[in-house]
Design a protein around this ligand. Structure first.
Ligand code: AMP
Length: 116
C-alpha cells in the first residue's frame, strides 16, 4: 500500500488531536468536521478499505465499532444517538485509502445520499 495521510498519523508525523489509542486502533478528531462531533476510528494495520479486508480482519474491525461505542459514551452522545459511516472506494466517496470509521453526532443529522 502506498503512503497516505492516515499512515503518517499512525507514525505520529502529523499533528493530530487524538482521543483514543491502543495497540490496534487509533481515534482522532476529523480535521474538517461535518458534525459537532466528528471522530475517525482507524486500524493501525494498513487495510485499504472494507473492499479489501480479509476474513482475519473481522475481529479488528469489530473492535473499531466497540471503540466508537466507548467514545460516543465518553462524549455523551450515546443516549441521543449518532451515525457511523464507512465510505468504500470512488463511488462511496472514500478519499483516504486506509480504512476509517466516521463517528458523527452531537446534532440531528440529515440524510444526504444522492447520486452526484
Ligand atoms: P473519507 O472521505 O471517508 O475518505 O474521509 C476522509 C476524512 O479524513 C475526511 O473527513 C477528512 O476531513 C479527514 N482527514 C484528512 N486529513 C486529515 C488529518 N490530517 N487529520 C484529521 N482528519 C483528516
Amino acid at each position: 500500500m502506498e503512503d497516505n495521510v492516515f499512515l503518517k498519523i499512525i507514525r505520529k508525523e502529523i499533528p493530530t488531536k487524538f482521543i483514543y489509542e491502543d495497540d490496534d486502533i487509533l481515534a482522532f478528531y476529523d480535521i474538517h468536521p461535518i458534525a459537532p462531533v466528528h471522530v475517525l476510528i482507524i486500524p493501525k494495520k494498513p487495510i485499504e478499505s472494507i473492499a479489501s479486508m480479509a476474513e482475519e480482519d473481522a475481529p479488528l474491525i469489530g473492535k473499531m465499532f466497540l471503540v466508537a461505542q466507548g467514545i460516543a459514551r465518553d462524549l455523551n452522545i450515546s443516549e441521543k444517538g449518532y451515525k457511523l459511516l464507512i465510505r468504500v472506494g470512488r463511488d462511496g466517496g472514500q478519499e483516504v485509502p486506509h480504512l476509517h470509521l466516521h463517528l458523527l453526532g452531537g446534532a440531528r443529522l440529515a440524510e444526504d445520499i444522492h447520486p452526484v
